[in-house]
Design a protein around this ligand. Sequence first.
Ligand code: C5P
Length: 222
Amino acid sequence: MPKKDFIIVAIDGGAAAGKSSTSRALSKHFNLMHVDTGSFYRATTVKLLEAKVPAEAGPALNNWLSSLKLGTHIDGTSASIVVNDWIPDSSIRSEKVNANVSHYAAIPELRKFLLDYQRNQARIAREKGFAGLVMEGRDIGSVIFPDADLRLYLYADPAKRAARRAAEGLTDSIEKRDAMDENRKTAPLSVPEGATLVDSSELTLEEVVEHVSQLVSEVQAQ
Ligand code: C5P
């Protein structure tokens, strides 16, 4: 029996490292609310591109951000962002968004705007009776939930990751996005201190999920 009634699992890693598939599997297995923070940056990118706000807008971005009303829509164990009544669809995974999202995600004002919203997802997960939260992104274990019960960093070598995206029929500039995410000043992609590194290069998704599920069970039992 789990001793802890609520846990937070933070999963970080580069593009196409297997974070979403792993998080989804964990969320179903342990009844954790799944939150994909990459979709937050993607959804705001769609809106920024629509409004033709350049990534160089800097602090002026705050005016535009104040016009956004954020909500949360829960479907099964998955929580999605709602932006001005819009529930993001597959358009957030387009080539255009892939090419632009890391430029916007590097803007401190945008990251600050999404910070409390992301932390607030833990409260929502508790209120909705989930056994915890599994949140994936780039800075979850380092900035959003540095005190998470379990912090994982998923790694897979770039060639394997490119092959995964191609198999999904998607065009994605994985290495370019990783380089921008790793080199930005605010909340760069990094292995958080004390995080558990999981190298999935030579593992199947089932093997990764089995390994990580064991870690979650151990944390629940502590
Ligand atoms: O996870 P996904 O690949 O969908 O994320 C899209 C982009 O959103 C990343 O390349 C990164 O620039 C940004 N992102 C971020 N911080 C997060 C999650 C995503 O900067 N926590």
